[in-house]
Design a protein. Structure first.
Length: 375
């Protein structure tokens, strides 16, 4: 059983102005919803409103809470690559805490067009660090004591594992894709601004997230939606690549703990104790469809092996001992339960999936095949 978690309001304490970058994205949106539901903080949502950005889930929470809470969510539709706009946005937010989740994050897209990943994840993080540094230096001593910039990153910066071992905070960096290389660079920038300029920072590196409201280009929503439509389900290579699956709400628990109670300058690895091969994940989704739609069983007949992704890391797995021991975090969902809930959610929200796909100009097809493009 997981330990009892402090409430969001207890974790925040006197921090009442929270800046979340990428708050219209999948994980960022989950953070924003939690802050709105479980605290009185004002949330400044800095998001460029790109292809994977969507405010539907946040709007639903505000509707639940009542119109009097509308002013607690302040959208700042800004691209982190615009340094002047970022500086003005940070000044306007005047934050007690910054949670930096904005990032281009899809490996296949980074193969097709790596340039935007360098711009968003590296230059964008640099611009944010400079703006936040200026803000921090103007704070009163009391607010400085409470202030943190929390940089959210990925386990992919550590490269690929063999059959044994797990990533931890001491694992050497070894990124293998344009995406993971850009995230590794942003991690190093954050640590440099801590050591050189004294900016109080906390870093977290997480495993693969899944759950409701994820843009339908990632494995679990893609498989669920293709199974629902009776379309072929693509499985890269031999299907034996392993990921450590982390339910998004469990990740939010970890993020708030790290942001509010983590030690400045320290990093924390967050994993869901949910290692599964891609084949196992796809089979589990097909099995769920067999139970719910037996007339179309077996859904596994839809699985089609396709050419593997270039540079496809073989295995990711995280040892979350530090965040569990130091901060008391434990995941509340096992992967079987979380996967079943997630697939059911996508089946009941197919209209939303179609809408965001259309807005993004994404037809559900495979990305990352063309390695020749450079931007």
């Amino acid at each position: 059983m997981a330990q009892s978690m402090p409430t969001t309001a207890e974790l925040l304490g006197t921090r009442q102005r929270i800046l979340v970058t990428g708050g219209a994205g999948f994980i960022g949106g989950a953070v924003v919803r939690r802050l709105l539901r479980e605290s009185d903080a004002v949330v400044f949502n800095l998001d460029k409103m790109g292809y994977a950005s969507d405010l539907t889930s946040i709007e639903e929470v505000i509707k639940e809470l009542g119109v009097e809470h509308q002013q607690r969510h302040q959208l700042q539709a800004i691209d982190l690559c615009d340094a002047d706009a970022v500086e003005k946005a940070v000044q306007q937010a005047n934050p007690d805490l910054v949670m930096h989740l904005a990032a281009e994050s899809h490996v296949d897209r980074s193969i097709s067009g790596p340039g935007v990943f360098i711009e968003s994840n590296v230059t964008g993080t640099y611009n944010l660090l400079q703006a936040v540094r200026s803000h921090f230096e103007q704070l009163t001593p009391e607010r400085r004591e409470q202030f943190r910039l929390h940089h959210i990153s990925t386990d992919e910066v550590f490269g690929s594992l063999g059959r044994e071992g797990r990533f931890s905070e001491t694992t050497p960096y070894d990124p293998r894709s344009p995406y993971s290389a850009s995230k590794a660079a942003s991690d190093h920038l954050v640590q440099a601004w801590h050591h050189t300029f004294g900016l109080p920072v906390v870093l977290t590196n997480c495993s693969n997230n899944y759950g409701p409201w994820q843009f339908p280009e990632k494995l679990i929503p893609v498989v669920a939606l293709k199974a629902a439509a009776g379309d072929s389900i693509p499985l890269y290579g031999d299907g034996l690549n392993i990921r450590d699956w982390l339910y998004v709400e469990d990740h939010v628990d970890a993020l708030l703990l790290a942001a509010c109670r983590g030690t400045s300058g320290r990093s924390y690895c967050v994993g869901g104790h949910g290692e599964k091969t891609n084949q196992e994940v796809v089979n589990a989704i097909c099995h769920q469809f067999d139970q719910e739609r037996p007339e179309s069983a077996p859904h596994a007949k839809l699985i089609q092996r396709v050419t593997d992704r270039p540079g496809h890391d073989r295995r990711y797995a995280i040892d979350p001992s530090r965040i569990s021991t130091e901060l008391g975090w434990q995941p509340r969902h096992n992967v079987e339960e979380g996967l079943a809930e997630t697939v059911a959610w996508y089946l009941s929200h197919q209209d939303w999936c179609q809408t965001v796909r259309k807005q993004a100009g994404y037809d559900g097809g495979r990305l990352g095949i063309n390695q020749a493009k450079t931007n």
